[in-house]
Design a protein around this ligand. Structure first.
Ligand code: GAP
Length: 449
């Protein structure tokens, strides 16, 4: 079995243009990243698959795109100004800062010979609460009245729009409001590549339900979200659901379960599903003076409870890469392959003329590329030996390659090579689009054990 380390993932991402360290020519800026071509394509697929399952395929959901900078009163009401903090300690010996509750994971006072949990005498300051929200200034005035925050979650944008989206449209619970957008957190110890970053793209959905149905919908959404990952090919053995203890839960939550993935750094939260009760709508009702509740035709009224599945594209991105990364020896040559679900793979198919100097092959390959690109992200590649081109496509996870060769010129057929099995079959050039359409709809299971 391939030993998948975060270093291998980082190196492949860089080598193949998925992700680069940001501001690199200026020495970088810790734990910020830029996405290259294949990273952008893969992120787009993750985003639209989430959107499809949350919005397109359901009758009980609407979309929202709220602002990043909100009235600071929102964050007072939500509890973020007072409570969105991590305990911070400074080490006078190491001259670094750490999360006091994660010292055993940090390098503070560590020497290679030490056992886990053992520390060198470190000179730590008392822990103090550090607010994770990024502060900024709105307008030209630089005083307390202009302080604002970059949102640390997209959820509050949904709650403050409850009146616009739900009340005015007379939407009856259960129904959901979903949004995708950037969130920002001034994490004390970001790291592990994209796993914990300061700028990330959240996909959150707030599902408003009658209070006495909250527990049922909480269970329902845990199930739904877990199944979504399984349908996208993540291996069952690498996923688990872990319920938070009462001490671990956020201030707003009356029940939270994490869908965890076995990352190279151990079991970690991929997505959280929380029962937020009526905390947020009640808080915003009290602080804004606007009543946020559901009112039925017959005068029935109540503040709905909220079930929230929340995840970042970054955590899914890393989980997919780790789950897909594989190394093997084929015909005495090393092969690195990303065994991604075809829907997640950045490029769906490669079109390759076997001999790039052969004008007839190039013409046919180009025309097949033109036909397929109208419907899918496909790539034409005539750079170098065919073996090298296959390996390049394997490394970016392209599920199929169509090769135009001598026989194509005789009988108008092409070979299709399967990324996972390496099996090759011939099919008529004219049926490639229908074949690909069909292949993309077939269920896919990871061949990795
Ligand atoms: N609205 C609820 C909320 O924001 P959270 O558990 O703090 O809850 C939700 O965040 C999800 O956002 C997490 O499950 C994770 O997928 C993602 N996330 C949180 N902080 C992150 C970070 N620093 N970098 C990448 N993803 C992050």
């Amino acid at each position: 079995m391939t030993d998948v380390t975060m270093d291998k993932i980082v190196s492949l991402c860089r080598r193949r243009g998925f992700v680069f360290p940001s501001s690199e020519i200026y020495g970088g800026l810790g734990s910020t990243y830029d996405y290259g071509h294949y990273g952008v394509l893969m992120k787009n697929h993750i985003r639209s698959l989430w959107f499809r399952s949350m919005i397109q395929e359901r009758d009980d959901m609407v979309a929202l795109d709220s602002a990043v900078i909100l009235n600071p009163a929102v964050w007072e009401a939500s509890g973020h100004v007072a409570g969105f903090t991590d305990p911070l300690v400074d080490c006078r010996t190491c001259k670094l800062r750490f999360r006091a509750d994660r010292l055993e994971d940090s390098q503070c006072g560590r020497r290679p010979s030490m056992r886990p949990g053992e520390f060198r005498e470190c000179d730590l300051t008392e822990a103090r609460q550090f607010n994770l929200m990024f502060q900024t200034q709105v307008g030209a005035l630089e005083d307390a009245s202009s302080v604002a925050f970059l949102r640390p979650e997209t959820a509050q944008g949904i709650f403050i729009n409850f009146k616009n989206v739900a009340q005015l449209a007379r939407r009856k619970p259960p129904f959901g409001i979903a949004q995708i957008g950037k969130s920002f957190r001034n994490e004390i110890t970001p790291g592990n590549f994209l796993f914990r970053v300061r700028e990330f793209e959240q996909m959150e959905m707030e599902y408003f339900v009658p209070p006495d149905e909250a527990e049922r919908w909480y269970e329902y959404w845990i199930e739904q979200r877990l199944q979504w990952y399984l349908d996208l090919g993540l291996r069952r053995s690498q996923l688990r659901v872990r319920e938070h203890s009462a001490e671990e839960r956020s201030h707003y939550s009356s029940g939270t379960s994490d869908i965890e993935y076995l990352y190279p750094i151990g079991w970690q939260e991929l997505e959280g599903v929380a029962n937020r009760g009526d905390y947020d709508l009640t808080q915003h009702t009290q602080h804004s003076g606007t009543k946020l509740e559901w009112v039925g035709e017959g005068g029935e009224r109540y503040t709905p409870y909220v079930i929230e599945p929340a995840v970042s594209i970054e955590r899914i991105f890393v989980a997919m890469l780790v789950d897909g990364y594989d190394e093997e020896v084929v015909a005495e040559r090393d092969r690195t392959v990303l065994r991604l679900h075809p829907e997640i793979a950045p490029v769906k198919a490669a079109i390759l003329p076997l001999i790039p100097r052969n004008a007839d092959m190039v013409t046919r390959a180009r025309s097949l590329h033109e036909e397929l690109r109208r419907r899918w992200l496909v790539e034409y590649d005539d750079g170098g030996q065919i073996g090298r081109r296959y390996r390049r496509q394997d490394e970016i996870g392209t599920p199929w390659a169509f090769t135009i060769d001598d026989q194509t010129l005789e009988d108008e057929t092409v070979t299709v090579r399967d990324r996972d099995s390496l099996a090759q079959e011939r099919l008529p050039l004219s049926s490639v689009a229908a074949w690909l359409d069909d292949a993309l709809q077939r269920p896919w299971e990871s061949p990795k054990r």
